[in-house]
Ligand binder design. Structure first.
Ligand code: PLP
Ligand code: COI
Length: 341
């Protein structure tokens, strides 16, 4: 076994077929024992619930090579719990939390050669997902499901890596009040595709969605939560029932309070107060913390004091501390780091 011959420093956020993936099937009311396979193809009924009524959910987390050469995962227990919650909301049989964590360990260990080296700037993205595999024709939950995990090495989510991006306020809504915005359902992403294609065509890196009820409050982007730094250097984090409870955001809040001694306000954030903030960033597993230089609100530009060249000082400190914890150069809170090998 030896590391794959990849130019780790220059890969983007693209799918690459790796060696092994994990599969477990749900049938007759129970999940089977599950296991690893080399087969990256899936054969299902033309009438599978996922194909007709989009009954699917997924997760995203990462494995890292630490400074001292171990392979670790970051907080997989929180992804396991979030997928459990997603499954329940979609009337799917939840995959047990302990089995999810064990499966993540198995897939990462089996693909150890694909885990990018420490300091390369790349990481191993882990994609657990679940879908309805048996036929349905009336609108109802399927009887059978498949849970899978594959991994793929990735670089930065946004082109340009840590360079600030420009995002727009979207005219589309991401989630309905009392809808599915708080879970990681595939359908949330299907409906965002037209909005992201539109934003890219206009030259923006992402969409900021507003609360659908009043369109006055900041929610999140298509693939990340949003954080702000106010004029006193405190962290301000939008709170809403219809955004995804980002594990990165929850970790950042802890890092800000406990490691950096910052004050954190988790509250509703009005679009009208955004011009008062000094720094802005998008946070998520894929996005890590990506700095935002400008927000375009229907032609009106909100430019942050941190500018378009580099991260602002507070977001830089949060980024350095979070990634330091993930890659083993800063001591992690109890239970955050799971050693795979
Ligand atoms: N919000 C959305 C819509 C996402 O797709 C993601 C990505 O997972 C996040 C937020 C960030 O969540 P996490 O930090 O758990 O990856
Ligand atoms: C993640 O960060 O894991 C996500 O699922 C977001 C997606 C845009 C790749």
């Amino acid at each position: 076994m030896s590391k794959k011959d990849i130019d780790w420093g220059n890969i983007g956020f693209e799918y690459v077929v790796t060696d092994k993936r994990y599969v477990s099937n749900y049938k007759d009311g129970a999940w089977d024992a599950g296991g690893l396979t080399s087969d990256d193809k899936i054969t299902i009924s033309e009438d599978a619930g996922v194909l007709q009524y989009s009954q699917s959910c997924f997760e995203g987390l990462k494995a890292y090579t630490t400074k001292d050469g171990h392979i670790v995962c970051f907080r997989p227990d929180l992804n396991a719990q979030r997928m459990y919650d997603s499954a329940k909301r979609l009337e799917m049989p939840p995959f047990p939390v302990d089995r999810f964590i064990d499966a993540v360990h198995q897939v990462v260990a089996a693909n150890a050669d694909w885990v990018p080296p420490y300091g390369s700037g790349a990481t191993l993205y882990i994609r657990p997902y679940m879908f309805a595999s048996s036929p349905v024709i009336g609108v109802k939950p399927a009887d059978e499901y498949q849970f899978r995990i594959f991994v793929t090495p990735v670089g930065p989510y946004f082109k340009g890596g840590a360079k600030p991006i420009v995002v727009k306020i979207s005219d589309f809504d991401r989630a309905a009040p009392r809808g599915t915005g708080h879970i990681k359902a595939g359908l949330n992403y299907a409906m965002s595709l037209h909005a992201i294609v539109t934003a890219h065509a206009e030259g923006f890196a992402e969409n900021i969605y507003l609360d659908p009820a009043t369109r006055t409050k900041i929610e999140e982007t298509g693939g990340a939560n949003i954080i702000f730094v106010d004029k006193d250097g405190n962290l301000v984090v939008p709170k809403s029932d219809s955004i995804l409870p980002s594990i990165t955001r929850r970790s950042i809040v802890h890092v800000a309070e406990k490691y950096l001694g910052l004050k954190v306000a988790e509250r509703e954030v009005l679009l009208s107060e955004v011009p008062n903030f000094k720094e802005c960033g998008l946070c998520g597993t894929a996005a890590v913390i990506s700095p935002v230089g400008k927000i375009n609100d229907h032609g009106k530009e909100i430019a942050f004091a941190s500018g378009m060249e580099k991260m602002g000082p507070v977001i830089q400190k949060l980024y350095d501390t979070l990634t330091g914890i993930q890659m083993g150069s800063i001591e992690a809170p109890e239970g955050w780091i799971h050693k795979v090998e």
